[in-house]
Design a protein. Structure first.
Length: 195
């Protein structure tokens, strides 16, 4: 596994915000399909059938909260040597992605599933999110992913790697959301790994 020092990963900004690293492992949050030259009909299908929202994180390098600068680590723009070094990852649920997330299961990485299958097993594989290595299940809405990544209590809890603290912070955030963020049984296993 790639190594970097904690200072390289978690420094502070000039204005005192702590660095939090979020690996964005889904093009549905990171890509601008129009700028990539995708066919308008293809984009329309992605919006209607698969929940693509063109108002995603494309073009953003970070999100700021009162306490944190959340670095959005994407395949196109990253400082971490590996997504496994992130504080949290948000990933889709294609067969290929699910297989890759399963490979991370022993790393301690907390992975949030960002999928149209929210709350259910994958319709591609029939596998439940917790069985594939996802600790959190997010509705496929950019606003929900943004809410999670800009909530100081959730970020603090994820850095503390404390299950009760994470569940409490997410429950409090859920009170403000249309659809709740779900915590899976795999969270406990992910947090058992010392990082």
């Amino acid at each position: 596994m790639a190594t970097q020092t904690d200072t390289e990963i978690h420094g502070k900004t000039e204005d005192g915000r702590r660095i939090f690293n979020a690996a964005i492992l889904t093009g549905y949050l990171a890509k601008d399909m129009e700028a990539e030259g995708r066919d308008p009909e293809y984009i329309k299908k992605q919006i209607e059938k698969f929940g693509y929202d063109p108002n995603n994180f494309s073009g953003l390098r970070h999100l700021d909260t009162d306490k944190f600068r959340v670095m959005l680590e994407t395949s196109d723009n990253h400082k971490l040597l590996s997504p496994v070094l992130a504080d949290v990852a948000i990933a889709g649920c294609t067969e290929e992605t699910e297989a890759a997330i399963s490979e991370f299961m022993g790393s301690g990485l907390v992975v949030a599933r960002y999928s149209i299958f929210y709350g259910n097993p994958s319709k591609y594989t029939g596998v439940k999110p917790e069985d594939a290595g996802y600790s959190i299940d997010i509705p496929k809405k950019v606003s929900t992913a943004r809410a999670m990544l800009t909530d100081d209590r959730v970020l603090e809890a994820l850095l503390a790697r404390d299950e009760i603290q994470i569940m409490t912070a997410i429950a409090e955030l859920n009170e403000k959301l249309e659809q709740p963020i779900l915590v899976t049984k795999f969270l406990e296993k992910a947090l058992e790994v010392k990082r």
